[in-house]
Design a binder for this molecule. Structure first.
Ligand code: N7H
Length: 466
């Protein structure tokens, strides 16, 4: 591990750069009721917050444990905390440096929901009522098992006096996420391997495998090179990062039925339904990019870190032959679709840290092709600017039928996974007939969320706690 001088792993909340090692995670959304008491209790809470340095050590412990052939998971838990603009307001903290440059953070996610397209398809917002209330902050607790996380939650609740007369905060909602069982553990509910492509950070990630170019730390952490406002950041926001939380339900039986009933019948394809899924995402379920294996999966590529993220999209002739313009990973990281035209997309990149939630599909759901039980993704990402990061990807790329722009022979259409619009339509589903358009049901339903800021340890101790 090599650190650039300015990055201090003891001052950065761990999930941002290192990602909690986790099998389960709880998101505890809260409102602050008694500011003075909260600030005192926060001082007792801060020692629980795991830093980047601690998570790196945890990961070493896990590696050693595995090397000595231990089958049991090591008991391990991490805690982080973040605040919304309403939370800073309530605490009387001047967060104008954050809100001046980030309209989304200032307005909050509910006010942004329409612009995110959340009500575009159904005409109504499908949000869980909890997210329509004021949320001041979120506590994230991740660990290897539910009992470990529950124990830590009990400790946290005790610190904030929850359930007693000296409670300073009130729970608005808590949501558990759990990785999927056994060999599906790294796969999200549609079945695709997740967590492959996140930006490598210069000065933090040593010898990153080949892929999109590493970004400056200021793309994710405020106050560092790469953050356009680095020089005007007050000390308390430095080493912090904006955290976007999205509660996204996935219609898995409907997605599977759609694939089964609309196979892509292309010459050389082995399984038309699998091919359709791969073309909607831009990767096969194994994680292999479709541009490297256009007609049938080659799982060896997914297993090879030197190849699984090492590809570009633009190709000669039929520009959607290998991967539709609208494929989820092409929309959310267009790579050379933009960089080959000199467009810098570093600031549009995000560090994703989500986790699946909800049960496996039941036999009844499989047979009916209809979702009875809520499941999906608790989407979390970190960035220096929500406007340029998450909100930009969602609004200007995934929901924009004309993106990528210019010189595309067909209208790309919407991101078929997360794109929100009146009609979810894309071209390029068939490799040999890219003009053919497909209209899809909405498979991902946004059910709520909020925009937060995840402060440094120093800010937690010196600016927020009393
Ligand atoms: Fe996405 N999926 O299963 O289809 N995503 N995503 N995502 N996503 C990615 O590279 C998925 C969502 C990004 O650099 C993979 O880790 C699902 C939102 C970005 O090549 C898969 C949901 C946003 C990347 C999925 C969901 C993004 C990415 C490939 C919702 C932002 C990296 C595996 C339920 C607005 C792109 C990987 C790159 C990858 C899926 C949400 C963004 C399989 C199911 C809301 C930037």
């Amino acid at each position: 591990m090599s650190w650039s001088e300015s990055l201090n792993p003891d001052n950065i909340q761990g999930d941002i750069l290192s990602g909690f090692p986790k099998k389960t995670e709880i998101f505890f959304f809260f409102q602050i009721h008694d500011v003075a008491v909260f600030r005192k209790q926060l001082a007792d809470f801060v020692p629980l917050v795991k830093t980047v340095a601690q998570i790196l050590r945890d990961r070493e412990t896990i590696r050693d444990h595995k090397r000595s052939n231990n089958k049991e998971l090591v008991a391990m838990v991490g805690v982080n905390i973040a605040f919304s603009h309403k939370g800073f307001n309530k605490l009387g903290i001047d967060d104008s440096n954050l809100t001046n440059n980030d309209e989304n953070f200032k307005s909050g996610q509910e006010a942004d929901a329409e612009l995110l397209g959340d009500s575009a398809t159904s005409g109504t917002l499908d949000w869980d009522p909890a997210f329509l209330q004021d949320i001041h902050g979120v506590i994230l607790i991740a660990g290897e098992s539910r009992p470990t996380v529950h124990d830590k939650l009990t400790q946290v609740e005790r610190i904030f006096g929850i359930g007693s007369s000296h409670a300073s905060i009130k729970k608005v909602k808590s949501i558990f996420g759990d990785v999927r069982p056994d060999e599906l553990s790294a796969h999200e509910h549609f079945g695709f391997l997740d967590g492959i492509s996140n930006p490598a950070i210069i000065g933090f990630d040593k010898d990153p495998p080949p892929g999109p170019r590493p970004v400056q730390p200021g793309v994710i952490l405020l106050g560092h090179s790469g953050d356009p406002q680095a020089s005007s950041r007050p000390k308390w926001v430095v080493d912090g990062s904006f955290l976007v939380f999205r509660y996204l339900s996935q219609k898995v039986p409907e997605f599977n039925t759609y694939l089964e009933t609309h196979p892509v019948l292309a010459d050389g394809a082995v399984d038309g339904s699998e091919l359709l899924g791969a073309r909607l995402v831009g990767r096969w379920k194994s994680g292999t990019p479709v541009v490297l294996a256009p007609l049938k999966d080659d799982p060896e590529i997914a297993r090879d870190p030197n190849r699984n993220n090492n590809f570009l999209f633009s190709n000669e002739g039929n520009a959607q032959g290998k991967c539709p313009f609208a494929a989820h990973i092409r929309k959310t990281n267009p790579r050379d679709d933009l960089t080959s035209r000199g467009v810098d997309i570093d600031l549009n990149r995000i560090m994703r840290r989500g986790i699946a939630f909800g049960p496996e599909v039941t036999i009844r759901e499989k047979e009916s092709g209809r979702t009875d039980r809520d499941r999906g993704l608790l989407f979390v990402c970190y960035q220096t600017s929500i406007n340029k990061g998450f909100a930009f990807q969602q609004k200007s790329w995934s929901n924009n039928p004309n993106f990528p722009p210019e010189a595309t022979p067909q209208v790309p259409g919407l991101d078929p996974i997360v794109g929100q619009g009146n009609i979810i339509k894309l071209s390029g589903v068939h490799p040999d007939d890219p003009g053919q358009e497909a209209v899809l049901p909405k498979f991902v339903v946004p059910k709520g969320g909020e925009y937060f800021f995840s402060p440094s340890l120093e800010a937690l101790r010196e600016t927020l706690a009393a």
